[in-house]
Ligand binder design. Structure first.
Ligand SMILES: *Cc1c(COP(=O)(O)O)cnc(C)c1O
Length: 398
């Protein structure tokens, strides 16, 4: 392949990734997902998933999926607009609108596609998007595809948003885009401030609540419930694939916004509808969120406890209150080494490296589950105590 324009280029690219410590490997996970999984033949405590409430194996969710498959088959057979509009999809959209207490909702095949569809359908050339620098990759790509002018503001900095809005001509259509819970940092967007600015400047606020839905707020409605924001200018994106244990994404909000997505969102129109079993499972999962509030309470309780222990041990864990716990380790090699040491002690917590996080901000991203027991938690804490070393302890470094 010497001199070949493609294969030489690809080989060099791959060599560079290895050299920079950015090589990614998939670890084969065997057996059902749960608080523990089997990894390369060993039982380990699972701190790497987003099935926060353990709903992917909830009996009611499995039963709903099985029933829909038996009744309706496996595939939906077509896109929603061309014959794939099966009852579970329509019912799920009604349930989501009710769950989020808004006028309407639309379901996409994934959260990634929901973000792509929403932002590209709502904005175009001449519009302005203000996007947090730590927003999820799907939001970043959606902004690029939209052809709108996109300005990236410093993380969670509502003052910069205010400044930009203040200096924009009146009547300019502006869409503010933010994660609710930032997926690699576990911190929250300054939602009240952003919502107030949105109202003041007659903008729209798109809140990607992939990690808040099902977990945060008094009744698990998500970051908007927690931050007490609502109204027709708020557009909530969510996913069924995290706390709800299934698959798919949604957008919930005012009827004209949702109708625009039905008419215009290409990632909704030009793709096959989800399997009916998946929509049925997601509906059941929304019901479990209401019926079993203990799940989110236990999850958040566990998370607080683990944060406190890690901080006391000297690990660099930023302040936070959510179920996503970052342990900052700076370099690629140190992050991978800590992850490997934890694995040796029976804890699965993969390293997160650039480009997923900024250079110099490598970390382990820990996420607990409602079905982790106190015994699991004690074993995790023990593993971190044993894995601690000069490179990972803030005390020793700073
Ligand atoms: C996971 C995630 C998505 C994508 O959701 P999927 O349903 O997995 O495609 C979008 N936004 C954020 C913030 C996420 O964490």
């Amino acid at each position: 392949m010497r001199g070949d324009p493609w294969f030489e280029h690809l080989a060099a690219k791959l060599r560079r990734l290895r050299r920079e410590g950015r090589w990614r490997t998939m670890r084969g996970v065997d057996g059902p997902l749960g608080p523990e999984v089997t990894l390369e033949g060993r039982r380990v405590i699972h701190l790497a998933g987003n099935d926060y409430l353990g709903l992917s194996r909830h009996p009611a969710v499995i039963e709903a999926a099985g029933r829909a498959t038996r009744d309706l088959g496996v595939g939906s057979g077509a896109s929603r607009l061309l014959g794939g509009d099966l009852a579970p999809h329509r019912q799920l959209e009604r349930d989501v609108a009710e769950f989020k207490r808004v006028e309407a909702a639309i379901v996409f095949s994934s959260g990634f596609l929901a973000n792509l569809g929403a932002i590209t359908a709502l904005t175009g050339a001449g519009d302005l998007i203000l996007s947090d620098e730590l927003n999820h990759a799907s939001l970043v790509d959606a902004c690029r595809l939209s052809r709108a002018e996109t300005r990236i503001y410093p993380h969670a900095d509502a003052a910069v948003v205010a400044h930009i809005l203040g200096s924009s001509p009146p009547g300019r259509r502006v869409l503010i885009v933010t994660d609710g819970v930032f997926s690699m940092d576990g911190d929250l967007a300054p939602l009240a401030e952003l919502m107030a600015l949105t109202e003041k400047h007659r903008a729209l606020l798109l809140l990607d609540d992939a990690h808040g839905t099902g977990v945060l707020g008094d009744t698990g409605r998500g970051t908007a419930e927690l931050g007490r924001v609502s109204g027709p200018r708020l557009i909530q994106v969510g996913t069924f694939s995290k706390a709800l244990g299934s698959l798919g994404g949604f957008v919930a909000g005012a009827e004209p916004v949702i109708e625009t997505l039905r008419q215009r969102a290409r990632s909704f129109i030009y793709t096959t509808a989800l399997p009916p079993a998946i929509s049925a499972a997601s509906r059941a999962a929304l019901g479990v969120v209401d019926d079993e509030p203990w799940r989110r309470l236990v999850l958040l309780d566990h998370s607080r406890r683990l944060r406190r222990f890690l901080t006391d041990m000297g690990y660099d864990v930023p302040e936070g209150t959510t179920q996503i716990i970052p342990v900052l380790v700076k370099t690629e090699t140190a992050a991978v080494a800590l992850s490997e040491r934890l694995l040796a002690h029976g804890v699965f917590a993969p390293a997160v490296r650039p480009p997923t996080v900024p250079t110099g901000k490598c970390r382990l991203r820990l996420s607990l589950r409602a079905d982790h027991t106190i015994d699991h938690l004690d074993r995790v804490i023990e593993a971190f105590a044993r894995a601690a070393s000069k490179t990972t302890r803030r005390r020793a470094v700073g």
